[in-house]
Design a protein around this ligand. Sequence first.
Ligand SMILES: [Ca+2]
Length: 170
Amino acid sequence: MEFQEGDILLLRGQTRLGKLINWFQSFWDNRDGASTCTHAAIISPGGVFEAEWPRTGVSPLSKYDGSLIEIWRCARIKEVGFAPNFWKLYSEQAGWIFPVWRWAFFAVNLARYVHWKAGVCSEVVTRFLYLYDLVGGWWGWDVDMLADHFHTSPEWTMVYAGKGRDRNAV
Ligand SMILES: [Ca+2]
C-alpha cells in the first residue's frame, strides 16, 4: 500500500494515555458514543506532518511502524492539488510548541471558543481539510470527531487499516 500526499493517518490509541484520551473523547461524543483513535497526521513530503510534543512539524512515517493505524483518502484533495494548501498550512502551523494547555479546554468542551494560533493534532488536520472546503470549521475538533466524520462522509475512503509497516522486518 503506497500512501499518497494528503492522505490522513489516524492512530488507534492502544497505550494507557491513548485509552484515557479515548475515554475523554467518548465522554463528549454525542454522535456514536465511541472513540478509538487518539492522534491524526497528514501524509506529506518526508513522512507525516503532525502537531505533537515538542513542536509541530514533519516526522518520518517509520515512527508508526508496528502501531495500529488507519489511512483515509479523499479524492478532492488530489483533484484540487496537495501542495498549495499544504504549504499554506505548513506556514501557519509548523514550528509551534505543542499547545498542551489546549487539552484543558478540550476537557471542558471549550476548545472551539478558546484558541490562539497553534492547534492540536486533530485541529491541524481539520484546518487542512477546511482549506479544501471539506469541513465547516476546525477549532475544537478532536481526533474522534475527525474519525466519525471520515466514517460518515461519502467523500472519504479508508484505504488502509493495520500496523504501520515494520521496515526492519525481513
Ligand atoms: Ca465517536
